[in-house]
Design a protein around this ligand. Sequence first.
Ligand code: GLN
Length: 202
Amino acid sequence: MVTIGILALQGAFVEHEAMVRRLGAQAVQVRKPEQLADLDGLIIPGGESTTMGLVAERWGLVEPLRAWVRSGKPTWGTCAGMIMLADRATGQKEGGQTLLGGLDVTVNRNYFGRQNESFETWLRVPALGEAPIRAVFIRAPAIVAAGAGVEVLATVPGRGEDVIAAVRQGNILATAFHPELTDDLRWHALFLAMVENPVAVA
Ligand code: GLN
C-alpha cells in the first residue's frame, strides 16, 4: 500500500486525506521534515500560499521540501500548492513570498482575482477520460507560461485568452482548482498512478 503525505500546515488538507483513503491508500498529515522519509508521494493543498510559505519557513520545512521535489518524488500541488511548486510567480505579496519551485511554469497568483473570486466549471481533460470533470476555482491562480517539459492537461477560459489550469512535469502534478472539493476521484487516482509508477528524472 502506498503512503501519501498531505502537507498540513494550513488550508484544505483534510479533504485530500479523505479522497486518498477512499482510493485505498494510506494518508498522513505532514508537519515535520522527518515525516517525508516515510512517504511515497506528497500533496500540497490549497489555502493561502503566503501563509503556507511562512509556516513552512518557521517549521524548518522549506529546504526539506525543496530537496524532496528536486529528488523527483511524486508531488501534487492544488491551488496554493500549485503556486508553491512554481518556479516563477507574479502578483505576489510585496517583498515576495517563499516558493518551493521545481515546476517550470510562471503562475499568476490571483489570476481570477477580483472579477471572478470563485467559480465552478467543467473541464475537458483527455488524460482523465472522455467525461468532462467538474472544477472548483477559489481565488485561483493560473499558469500563464510553461516550459517545454511541461505537459498541459487542461486549460480554462481566462481574461480574453485560455490559461493553463492543470499540468504534469515528470513526477509533479499541479492543478489550479480544488479536486478534493468534488466527489470525482479521477485526479487523486491519476496522482496515485504517478506515485505507483514514477518516471526516472535526471
Ligand atoms: N490565490 C491563493 C494564494 O495566493 C490560493 C487560493 C487557494 O488555494 N484556494 O495562495
